[in-house]
Design a protein around this ligand. Structure first.
Ligand code: ATP
Ligand code: MG
Length: 445
């Protein structure tokens, strides 16, 4: 029997003792029934938000969501979101309910939820309240809308992407009527904010079913990233490739570790290919410059999706370098590490591997050997050339100022010159030698 952990039980018991109904609901019930450890436990209750806050006044509470019915209870075991039973009222614009209405009963609250597997609650005796066949769909591995799919996607088009996200995350299929409706209604996604789209997109990419979902629902993805649409069915006319670009893309996503940033890189890595395509005199296809073009396109796409700056910069850099020949010597690898940093280079190696995975077997073997050698060159470079970033210089800004250089950009300029001298082998990365050089440079200030 599914049993909430102690900190959730405390919240449930307090609400029930005060005469309110209270149930764990949604993702935690779904995950628990699947034998997974729920990421977090959400509770729904008949108590209005002010009543919930009064009952749980002994805890630290976050009350910012109260207008929508949610009080977050900070227990020792973690936060628990407690939300008043509600319906979502009318959706005039395919995205936001015009108003939420608090309702007295669990059934109406379950009816507003998106998919049957997400619409189950756990009663006081551990019994599963399942009004829409959620357990049967869980057993069959199906994502199915609660109620009429066209209505539900029309109310909130984000649910189209959520269907894909749960199909990927749980490795489920989407039930045929729900799938058909998701595809047919995809243009409604135009009304959804880029932030919400991007968050679901990362969720789709991070799941074990990512590649399969991208292949089956490419049209939905192309709705939110139209630049990817030309990849579908694009014949590369090359002996190096065995699939069209979109199929290759989806397989490269699967071949990458399930990290949202790296999988986002694989999703976009060949977006620059169609505009760079040409065939040579022998009818063989080439895509010279597609990495640079792809990096530029990814920059535009990720800005439009309101991707955070750190992720955007990483993805754009990795795409820019994804098609380079993997350096084979410590020296050439050292240059790359100085340009990109060790972490980025390690990510790049992962991209090369994922990009090389769906080729003919002999090509895979050859590429993997080259990438393996490049990885060995990285280890050698890190061993042999210990000075890789300004931080690793044997002197710092304090030392430079002690030599009379005024605080400010001049200090950085001196350090940059010392760094250059060390990396070019003109000076060893040793304190005495660097102070000597710095003294000469300091005379200029
Ligand atoms: P995860 O473990 O990925 O967070 P989850 O089921 O908890 O999965 P959330 O997005 O956190 O997913 O949403 C919590 C619950 O709220 C869902 O299980 C679902 O019942 C309901 N829900 C969330 N968003 C919507 C939506 N747009 N439309 C209808 N119901 C929704
Ligand atoms: Mg959740």
């Amino acid at each position: 029997m599914l049993q909430p952990p102690a900190h959730v039980d405390t919240v449930l018991t307090a609400l029930r003792a005060a005469g309110y109904a209270a149930y764990p609901v949604g993702g935690c019930v779904r995950d628990g029934l699947m034998g997974r450890v729920p990421a977090d436990w959400d509770v729904c209750t008949s108590a209005r938000p002010d009543q919930t806050a009064a009952v749980l006044a002994g805890f630290r509470l976050i009350e910012t969501g109260m207008r929508h019915g949610t009080v977050t209870v900070l227990t020792d075991g973690g936060p628990v979101e407690v939300t008043t039973f509600r319906t979502d009222g009318d959706y005039a614009d395919n995205r936001h309910p015009d108003k939420v209405t608090f309702v007295p009963d669990l059934a109406s609250d379950l009816a507003r939820r998106d998919f049957t597997v997400n619409a189950m609650a756990l009663g006081p005796g551990g019994e599963v309240v399942d009004l829409y066949g959620g357990q049967a769909d869980l057993a069959a591995g199906l994502i199915r809308c609660v109620g009429d799919q066209d209505t539900r996607f029309g109310e909130d088009a984000l649910r189209i992407l959520r269907a894909l996200r749960f199909a990927s995350k749980l490795d489920f299929a989407i039930e045929p009527a729900t799938a058909e409706s998701a595809l047919r209604n995809r243009a409604l996604l135009e009304h959804v904010s880029p932030e919400r789209v991007f968050s679901e997109l990362k969720g789709i990419l991070a799941g074990p079913g990512a590649g399969r979902v991208l292949r089956a629902y490419g049209a939905v993805i192309f709705q939110v990233i139209p630049e990817l649409a030309p990849l579908a069915g694009f014949d590369q006319r090359s002996p190096h490739h065995i699939h069209d670009i979109w199929t290759h893309t989806t397989m490269a996503v699967d071949a990458m570790a399930p990290d949202p940033v790296l999988r986002l890189t694989m999703l976009l890595h060949d977006v620059g290919k169609p505009p760079r395509f040409f065939t040579d005199g022998n009818g063989v296809g080439h895509f010279y410059g597609h990495a640079d073009t792809g990096a530029e396109m990814a920059e535009i796409i990720l800005r439009r999706l309101r991707c955070d700056n750190a992720t955007r910069k990483t993805v754009v850099t990795l795409i820019k370098y994804h098609d380079m020949a993997p350096p084979q010597t410590a020296k050439s690898m050292g240059r790359l590490v100085r340009k990109l940093g060790e972490d980025r280079v390690r990510q790049l190696i992962a991209c090369w591997r994922a990009d090389s995975s769906d080729r003919s077997p002999d090509v895979v073997a050859r590429n993997m050997a080259v990438i393996g050698a490049s990885e060995a060159a990285l280890e050698a470079a890190l061993r042999e050339e210990p000075c890789f970033s300004m931080r690793d210089l044997a002197v710092d800004g304090r030392d430079v100022m002690d030599l009379g250089v005024p605080e400010g950009p001049a200090v950085g300029a001196v350090l940059a010159e010392l760094f250059r001298q060390v990396t070019e082998g003109e000076t060893p990365n040793e304190r005495a030698a660097l102070l000597e050089r710095a003294r000469v440079l300091a005379e200029g200030y």
